[in-house]
Design a protein around this ligand. Structure first.
Ligand code: CMP
Length: 138
């Protein structure tokens, strides 16, 4: 079990001014920030990041949305980070997310769901490496 996960605050949430409130909930949830940047993905980069979903019907929509505006990318640390972070953000579809979770509070739909959280230790490492060099993580 690794103690790190990777997150992005997605363009819907950054454009509505929710970045600060989401980071506050993440920190109060016991996660510490090991790397963080405000950036914007090109279509090509979003397509590469979400390559595992290439065959899914929503892939084109997902790539367009994730490259539509700025995001916050971060590596987070906590015991049991991947599972605990997924609990904090709630179900992928905000309509099914528990009360008080980040997606319940800030997301509008399954496509525009405010935050990403890695689904495994292996993907957390791959996704963190996608955004951050060794010099950018602490
Ligand atoms: P995320 O955790 O970033 O990982 C894959 C993303 O695909 C997911 O969040 C959703 O935003 C998106 N997604 C999953 N299912 C659908 C769907 N049915 N329609 C549109 N987007 C989806």
């Amino acid at each position: 079990m690794s103690n790190r996960t990777f997150t992005m605050i997605k363009p819907d949430a950054t454009s509505k001014g929710h970045s600060g409130a989401i980071l506050d909930q993440i920190i109060k949830g016991g996660f510490s920030i090991k790397a963080m940047k405000w950036t914007r993905l090109t279509k090509e980069q979003a397509g590469e990041f979400y390559e595992v979903h290439k065959e899914r019907p929503f892939y084109g929509e997902l790539v367009d949305f994730m490259s539509s505006g700025p995001i916050v990318a971060a590596i987070l640390e906590k015991d049991n980070a991947v599972a605990d972070f997924r609990k904090l953000i709630g179900a992928t579809n905000p309509a099914q997310a528990e009360e008080g979770t980040i997606r319940k509070r800030f997301a509008a739909s399954v496509g525009e769901n405010a935050v990403h959280g890695s689904d495994s230790d292996e993907n957390a490492a791959i996704e963190g490496d996608f955004f951050f060099s060794k010099l950018e993580r602490f």
